[in-house]
Design a protein around this ligand. Structure first.
Ligand code: NAI
Length: 245
């Protein structure tokens, strides 16, 4: 097989569905061994089964350091290395600032900002010893423009960009690359929960005139995870159909 990730092992958080699962499928098609981590234990197990023999599903909450450490250990113990980590798990708790509760603010910061930080920190420990690795962090275009009703999410997603750059500088000399993706409107359970009027109004802002599909994020994640982007670190790629360019 001549896949772009042939023989590599990739951990993907939030991999039970949506963008994370699409990334796992795309990476598997390119020859990677897959370890999916997700809070949803049942769904992550069946997602791994659907990918095939070279995939394992692990119940893991990215806000818990022990869970993240166990998830990453699974990659090394099962497949012998940890080459790629995609910090993708995410939630939304949208509300205007007037209505948003402190709990909604904290939950979103915890999953995105702390979850990504733990994923990077613990993955980098393994990868720097190995002398190689690629980390891809899932930001959002909301972290660039600050979507209405997302003071929590926009802050977390902008924070992911900044921490990716800071961390990229720390590990570059050890052969570890860290990059981020800012997706626009992608068709998943997260966005299908949106009221039709909100969906329609977003559509008018997208020069390409359509939402993106999860695999269109997966293809960019593949680029950042593979040797195709060997001289890139600390970058942010917008995948938005031209929205907010
Ligand atoms: P989704 O809701 O379909 O999937 C998210 C997955 O993350 C779920 O399987 C969920 O169980 C898991 N998850 C949530 N909290 C977790 C935790 N604490 N620990 C482990 N797993 C957890 O969402 P989607 O759309 O696939 O989003 C994936 C990522 O892409 C998220 O970070 C999201 O913020 C980001 N994104 C999505 C966009 C979209 O339009 N769908 C746009 C921009 C960014």
């Amino acid at each position: 097989m001549t896949g772009l990730l042939n023989g590599k092992t990739a951990v993907i958080t939030g991999g039970a569905q949506g963008i994370g699962l699409a990334i796992a499928q795309r990476f598997a098609a390119e020859g990677a061994n897959i370890v999916l981590g997700d809070m949803n234990a049942e769904q992550v197990a069946s997602a791994a089964t659907s990918i095939g023999a070279e995939a394992v599903g692990v119940a893991a909450d990215v806000t818990k350091a022990d869970d993240v450490a166990a998830l990453l250990r699974t990659a090394v113990e099962t497949f012998g290395s940890l080459d790629v980590v995609v910090n993708n798990a995410g939630i939304t708790r949208d509300a205007t600032m007037r209505k948003m509760t402190e709990e909604q603010f904290d939950q979103v910061i915890d999953v995105h900002l702390k979850g990504t930080w733990l994923g990077m920190k613990l993955a980098a420990e393994i990868m720097r010893e190995q002398g190689s690795g690629a980390i891809v962090n899932m930001s959002s275009i909301s972290g660039k423009v600050g979507n209405f009703g997302q003071t929590n999410y926009a802050a977390a997603k902008a924070g992911i960009v900044a921490m990716s750059k800071a961390a990229a500088k720390e590990v570059a000399a050890k052969g570890v690359r860290i990059n981020a993706i800012q997706p626009g409107l992608i068709r998943t359970a997260m966005t299908e929960a949106m009221p039709q009027a909100a969906w329609d109004s977003k559509m008018t802002e997208i020069p390409m005139g359509r939402a993106g599909e999860p695999d269109e994020i997966a293809k960019v994640a593949l680029f950042l995870a593979s040797d195709l982007s060997s001289y890139m670190t600390g970058t942010v790629l917008e995948v938005t159909g031209g929205r907010y360019m």
